[in-house]
Each structure stands twice: as structure tokens, then as C-alpha cells.
Design a protein around this ligand. Structure first.
Ligand SMILES: [Zn+2]
Ligand SMILES: [Zn+2]
Length: 238
């Protein structure tokens, strides 16, 4: 399925990395863009929901990894949207560099294998200019009901969003993913910081979790996050 309507004002373009489309008080906002080459699919999804590229007024980039910003430059060109991101990741986005190395694999053999496979795969993407910064606790002017939550760990400049609609919709970036349940992403820059960020998320109130990897959780998301025990990392070798 190319595009799925989750709520009257929220759509999902599913993929290796999900892309979300939000209807805001100033046109559409797209959260993340996928790997390079995803733009035609995003434009086709807009067409399928009866919108055009001109309706996309904002692009929110959760962090600088290539699976999230790979198509940002192309999508920005196609839409003319204002690009928003955290100031710590903006320089990397603008340079087209995508990973701070070395990443630390999350616990478990599956993550170790995947982390090795993915390491350095897409080290560069087309640079994208960040127009506006979003800091912790801040809401962009176009969406006063959308709160930025800075969640360093997986990536220094990672931001999540909490949307005060539909009982609370959390967009956690890659703080956690859904693989038959909430779990850690494949890799992380600063493991202890990543766990602290997840702890911080437990304090917020929300019903839905629109993960970037895996199926969104459309009911009881807050309870599920609070009930999840995330693996702890082994101490990193000095
Ligand atoms: Zn990531
Ligand atoms: Zn990712």
C-alpha cells in the first residue's frame, strides 16, 4: 500500500523508513523523507490523497541519518517546503554527511549483524539546507499543537514530536522502533544517553506512537512504552 490514512489529518507512507504527512494549520508537513530516491513515491502518495506538491509547506527532519534525510533535498526542490531540524544535526544535513562514527550496535546478534551490514552503506546524501531550528520544548509556528522533544543518544540532534491531537501522537524518531513490540534501533551513538532519552519519553502522555521503523501503534502506545524494558548496553570497551 503506497499511502495509508491513519487519522483524518495524518497519513503514513510505509517503507523501510516511514514517512508521515500531517495536515496542519499551515498546509501539509512531512516528517522525514526516506532514503535517496523516495521523492517520486512521496509525490505519488500526495496525489493519491488528493493533494499536490504545493500543499507541502513544511518538512520536519528528525535526525541526520541517510534513511531519514536521503530524499530531503529532492523533496524540498519539488515542494518548496521550509525545512526544520535540530541545530546539532543541521550542519551534517547541510554537508550531506549522515553518520557520526562509530555507532554502537544495540544488544542482540540481529542488531550486531545489521549494524555491520549497514555501517557506512550510505555515507553521503544530497545536502539539504535547514531553514529553521527546533529546540527542545519548542513548537513550530505552523503547528502550535506539535511539541519538539530533543532525544539525543541514537543521534546527537535527534528530535521527536508530540502532537496534541487524537489523544496524543508521539513521533519518536529512532529513539525506539517497532519490531513486534517496541525495541531499540539497530545502532546508537551514545547508548546511555539513548536509554535516558527513552526514560524521558515515558513521562509524556500519548496514545499513539508513529515509529519511523515498523508499524505505527495506534492504541495504548503510552502504556506500551512504559511497560517496555529496553535492553541495557554492555559497557563500551575503552
Ligand atoms: Zn537513525
Ligand atoms: Zn532510521
Amino acid at each position: 500500500m503506497a499511502v495509508k490514512q491513519l487519522e483524518r489529518d495524518l497519513w503514513l507512507i510505509p517503507g523501510l523508513v516511514n514517512v508521515y504527512i500531517l495536515d496542519t494549520q499551515d498546509g501539509l508537513a512531512v516528517i522525514d523523507t526516506g532514503f535517496p530516491g523516495r521523492t517520486p513515491k512521496i509525490l505519488a502518495a500526495l496525489d493519491a490523497i488528493g493533494k499536490t506538491s504545493a500543499d507541502v509547506r513544511h518538512m520536519l527532519l528528525t535526525h541526520c541519518h541517510p534513511d531519514h534525510i536521503g530524499s530531503a533535498a529532492a523533496l524540498q526542490r519539488a515542494t518548496g517546503a521550509t525545512v526544520w531540524a535540530h541545530r546539532l544535526d543541521a550542519p551534517m544535513m547541510e554537508a550531506g554527511t549522515t553518520m557520526r562514527q562509530p555507532m554502537c550496535a544495540s544488544p542482540g546478534w540481529r542488531n550486531r549483524i545489521l549494524a555491520k551490514l549497514l555501517a557506512g552503506k550510505v555515507a553521503r546524501v544530497e545536502p539539504v539546507k535547514v531553514d529553521r531550528f527546533l529546540d527542545d520544548g519548542e513548537s513550530p509556528a505552523f503547528a502550535p499543537d506539535l511539541t519538539t522533544i530533543h532525544l539525543p543518544g541514537h543521534c546527537q540532534g535527534q528530535i521527536a514530536f508530540l502532537w496534541a491531537r487524537h489523544g496524543g501522537v508521539l513521533f519518536p524518531a529512532d529513539a525506539c522502533v517497532n519490531r513486534r513490540g517496541l525495541t531499540l534501533p539497530v545502532g546508537t551513538e551514545e547508548p546511555q544517553l539513548a536509554l535516558a532519552s527513552l526514560d524521558r519519553l515515558r513521562r509524556y502522555s500519548f496514545d499513539k506512537i508513529c515509529v519511523m521503523h515498523g508499524k505505527p501503534i495506534m492504541r495504548g502506545g503510552g502504556d506500551q512504552l512504559r511497560a517496555t524494558h529496553f535492553d541495557t548496553f554492555k559497557k563500551r570497551k575503552p
